[in-house]
Design a protein around this ligand. Structure first.
Ligand SMILES: [Zn+2]
Length: 167
């Protein structure tokens, strides 16, 4: 099933393993198998933003930074793949439609090089593209953000647990 923001179950309140304080329901959190921490308590949480449109890319990077993550950006999938070995990215925000290597191709490439990393990819898409990519999104159970999205929608998406059907 494709997971959308509306269909997401609400998070249970959990205790930050770094500071011991409760993590508010919709607060950005960093998830590990051992438990959650606040994004701010996690050491250098980092997001990679892959978007071809320069103005949109800058806007998304700004939102990611305001939420509390460090942000790197790439104009396309090829550039993103070069960046991946440098940092263990907590979340990868990836446009679905891109020239050359599109979102699904990027997903497959990441999966083959970094097994398990697929759960950290959130796809960004315009409404019109959603149908075109529906079979792929359904197959991998990817989280999707519809453009244009607000900072609150982005915060929710980043805070949601990764789920990778193919793992
Ligand atoms: Zn904390």
């Amino acid at each position: 099933m494709r997971r959308t923001l509306n269909a997401m179950p609400s998070d249970e309140t959990s205790i930050c393993r770094a500071c011991g304080k409760p993590i508010e329901e919709h607060a950005a959190r960093y998830r590990t198998p051992a438990g959650d921490t606040h994004v701010h308590c996690h050491k250098e949480p980092r997001v990679l933003v892959i978007e071809g449109d320069p103005a949109l890319r800058e806007s998304i990077v700004g939102m990611v930074k305001r939420i509390g993550y460090l942000a790197d950006d790439a104009a396309n999938s090829e550039e993103a793949i070069e960046r991946l070995p440098r940092f263990p990215y907590d979340v990868i925000l990836c446009a679905l439609r891109m020239p050359a290597m599109n979102g699904p191709a990027f997903y497959r490439e990441v999966r083959s090089r970094y097994p398990g990393a697929g759960s950290r990819i959130i796809f960004m898409t315009a409404h019109a593209e959603l149908q075109e990519y529906a079979p792929f999104l359904t197959a991998v159970g990817a989280l999707v953000l519809r453009k244009p999205f607000t900072i609150e929608e982005l915060r929710l998406a980043i805070a949601s647990p990764g789920k990778d059907k193919l793992s």
